[in-house]
Design a protein around this ligand. Structure first.
Ligand SMILES: *Cc1c(COP(=O)(O)O)cnc(C)c1O
Length: 781
């Protein structure tokens, strides 16, 4: 077997590269090529009839590839030492790789964690998504405000995406549908359509064993063949109309053009994906048996048009009747719901949907009519609920209803979330068909989020309990035996200190603010959203600051609050919160009277490679969503696994974290989901708690600036009755922070609780989540 060194030398000769003066980028390209060749030769021919799963998702967040693959091939050490002979640090080479900007937050990262776990469990499961040219946006701050720049992640030394030349399909929009009888069969013809070409790219997903190489399949939109009758201008327009489909993730959908583009993206993904499945079907035994062996999973409702698209292909192209096609589709497709937020329930105006996708709309109408009829006949107790359950109603196409009606199984992503789905949001569906609904609590791959991002901790664990936990995360529970070992706890503490120092030396060098590595690192990293309540954290920091101004000795040690979050470009409130946090940071960080007891830092451009740095350095994890709003959360799990103690509400998977780690190893506070159903008047909290008054007054009284720049935040909390109930939980949140401060002075006890969290985190591995999917959802795989 060739060593990595031999392969690198061979590759560089082939491309006439001189290693002596190769740039970091050149080294990256070289290593990537060698790694990819190796992985593709490792691919073993598999029984093509073994069941396969296609995980359809508008987002994936795989993080940088090269380091992962070097690790999986067992080549990390070889690479490090070979490069060092050229005085090149492998670290610097790996850092030249941009994060693939193919996702936005937890939903996309979940998809990537699942791909990792499926490869490691030797399950045939592939991702199906879009190859965005620019992704969401690159975040920068200018005078404390978020600036959105195009994320040109594909340029400069990124990983090579392999194109599959034999997989190209045409996807059609607009036009007219004509149907006529041809003997015993209905034939469909389309005219005046806009067509684009879907080209398939893929990247291999490997596990440690190398025995299973899965694929992340991504589609890119291109113009169809040039029509010579078009003028140059028309050709340019045609090109733009095609390529814009996979240009950005979530194009602005505040205008109807934006909405049409978003809808096009969704249909483009499912149509190309479904056509590809049919190609595989014809290759392997025909379409009738194909779906005995193939499963489709939709990650949230965005790909739910896979249901009518599969119906279209079965009926219009393959000539199956409705009943046979419907039976196949509703056996093969499964759906995960990710949110209960009313504004995130996808629905499209019919006036927009029907012209863009006329045949899909016809099929949806037919699905809807058959569904409504069957409720009328077979569930007479639900007759008065039919319009609430319909797919097409009140002028809209309701994607959640389409996904539920067309799927075999529907799951929520934590016990609480699944319960709320079945008893509130989708209660009528669940009462009619309780067996369709199940729950799978989310998980994260511990190989990435512990072993990869925190190598020192991974080594300590290996020394203590061996390395079987890498394949069986439940083994981590053995660490609980070390809770009474002072040397072990001290080692744990040292590792955390080093991780904090590393964060200061690398990521925090941008900041003018000096951070004390001995301060308590409190981390709030996730998308910026009202329900995630970054504003509650910020208001409490201001409260803490006013206390310290009166008495800096109130805190025996310094505290550092770290934020990282992107706000959606059209979300004015979230952007204002970012600005507010910057403003209080600039006041607090330069106030000498508090003797450096408090620092606040907002790190820009939250993404996987930043999370890798931030999470191992965190000591407190902020999981403070309004109870009932965070479906699961996965950031909470990553931080727990790295030994941070959670300050959190009883929401999503945080509840289950407390069940596994013990409530006394966390800081739970605030209203629970049932409490949030009770009447609420934010002003009464304002009136009766002087601390609340004192933190809210500066938003409007000119403390930060003469013009009332934060009056909209104040308005949302008082006049608008504080939709996310920050004021209700303020007091218990402050109380929980006091408990944190008390405990931190007893370092040994702190480390003991930290270890209890790490030991209990095995349940939150995506390996367990994938096992649950196999047991409850994908029962044939
Ligand atoms: C895990 C992760 C998230 C999700 O965080 P939550 O706290 O669950 O909202 C978002 N973005 C990135 C980059 C992540 O790694």
């Amino acid at each position: 077997m060739d060593s990595l060194k031999m392969l690198l030398l061979k590759e560089s000769q082939q491309h006439h590269l001189s290693l002596q003066d190769a740039s970091l980028e050149t080294w990256h390209d070289l290593l990537s090529r060698v790694v990819q060749k190796k992985i593709s030769t490792n691919r073993i021919a598999k029984d093509t009839y073994a069941t396969q799963l296609f995980y359809f998702s508008m987002e994936f967040l795989p993080g940088r590839f090269l380091r992962n693959n070097l690790d999986h091939l067992g080549w990390l050490d070889q690479a490090k030492s070979f490069l060092s002979t050229y005085e090149i640090d492998l670290h610097d080479v790996l850092n030249t790789e941009n994060d693939p900007a193919l996702g936005n937050g937890g939903l996309g990262r979940l998809a990537s964690c699942f791909l990792d776990s499926m490869a490691n469990k030797k399950l045939r499961g592939h991702g199906m998504g879009l190859l965005y040219e620019y992704g969401l946006f690159k975040q920068e701050f200018l005078s404390g405000r978020q600036i959105e720049l195009p994320d040109r992640w594909k340029q400069s030394s990124s990983y090579e995406w392999e194109q599959k030349p034999d997989a190209e399909y045409t996807v059609s929009f607009w036009g007219k549908v004509h149907q006529h009888n041809n003997g015993d069969r209905l034939v469909f013809e389309y005219t005046d359509q806009e067509q684009v070409q879907a080209k398939l790219y893929s990247i291999p997903i490997t596990g440690y064993s190398q025995e299973q190489v899965n694929q992340l399949y991504l589609w890119k939109a291109c113009p169809t063949e040039i029509d010579p009758s078009l003028t140059a201008e028309q050709q340019l327009l045609k090109r733009k109309k095609a390529t814009e489909i996979t240009e950005f993730l979530y194009p602005d959908d505040s205008t109807s053009e934006g909405m049409i583009l978003r809808l096009k993206q969704q249909y483009f993904l499912v149509s190309a994906g479904a056509q590809h499945l049919f190609t595989l079907a014809h290759r392997h035994g025909g379409i009738r048996t194909f779906f005995n062996h193939y499963l489709v999973h939709i990650n949230d409702t965005h790909p739910s048009m896979i249901i009518p698209e599969l119906m279209r292909l079965f009926m219009d192209v393959e000539g199956l009747g409705w009943d046979e096609a419907w039976a196949i589709v509703t056996t093969s497709v499964h759906y995960t719901n990710h949110t209960l937020l009313a504004e995130a329930m996808e629905k499209w105006p019919i006036v927009l949907f029907q012209p863009l996708l006329p045949r899909i709309y016809e099929i949806i109408v037919e699905i809807n009519e058959r569904f409504c009829r069957s409720v009328w006949h077979h569930h007479s107790e639900k007759r008065d609920k039919i319009s609430d359950m319909a797919i097409v109603s009140y002028g809209h196409v309701h994607m959640v209803h389409l996904a539920v009606i067309g799927s075999n199984k529907v799951n929520g992503v934590s016990t609480l979330h699944s319960h709320l789905l079945q008893t509130e949001t989708l209660v009528n569906f669940a009462q009619m068909n309780p067996k369709k609904f199940t729950s799978v609590t989310n998980g994260i791959t511990h190989r990435f989020w512990l072993h990869r991002v925190n190598p020192a901790l991974s080594d300590l664990i290996n020394e203590a309990i061996g390395d079987t936990w890498l394949q069986d995360p439940f083994e981590l529970i053995k660490l609980a035996d070390f809770q009474t070992s002072t040397p072990f706890l001290e080692e744990l503490s040292k590792i955390k200190k080093r991780n904090k120092q590393t964060l200061i030396d690398t990521t925090l060098t941008f900041s003018e603010t000096k951070v004390d590595p001995g301060s308590l690192f409190d981390v709030h990293c996730k998308r910026l959203h009202g329900y995630k309540r970054q504003l509650l954290n910020a208001l409490h920091i201001w409260h803490l600051y006013t206390e310290l101004r009166e008495n800096p000795d109130r805190l025996p040690f310094p505290r550092t609050f770290l934020f990282a979050a992107k706000a959606a470009p059209g979300y004015a409130f979230a952007k204002k919160v970012i600005h507010y946090i910057h403003t209080i940071a600039s006041v607090i960080n330069k106030d000498a009277t508090i003797q450096g007891k408090l620092k606040v830092i907002f790190i820009e451009n939250y993404r996987i490679s930043l999370a890798e740095q931030l999470i191992p350095a965190a000591e407190v994890s902020e999981q403070i969503s309004l109870a009932g709003k965070e479906a699961s959360g996965t950031g909470n799990m990553k931080l727990m696994m790295n030994g941070a103690l959670t300050i959190g509400t009883r929401d999503g998977a945080t509840i289950e974290m407390a069940e596994h780690a013990g409530e006394d190893n966390m800081f739970l506070f605030g209203a629970n989901a049932a409490d949030t159903k009770k009447p609420y008047f934010s002003k009464s909290y304002y009136d009766k708690d002087i601390r609340i008054k004192n933190v809210l007054q500066p938003l409007v009284n000119g403390t930060f600036s003469d013009n009332a720049i934060y009056s909209d935040l104040y308005y949302s909390l008082i006049q608008n009755n504080d939709e996310y109930r920050l004021l209700q939980d303020f007091s218990s949140y402050a109380q929980a922070h006091k408990q944190i401060e008390l405990l931190y002075t007893d370092q040994l006890l702190w480390q003991k609780k930290s270890l209890a969290n790490i030991a209990a985190s095995g349940y939150f591995s995506s390996d367990r989540a994938i096992e649950d999917y196999q047991a409850r959802v994908w029962t044939s795989i």
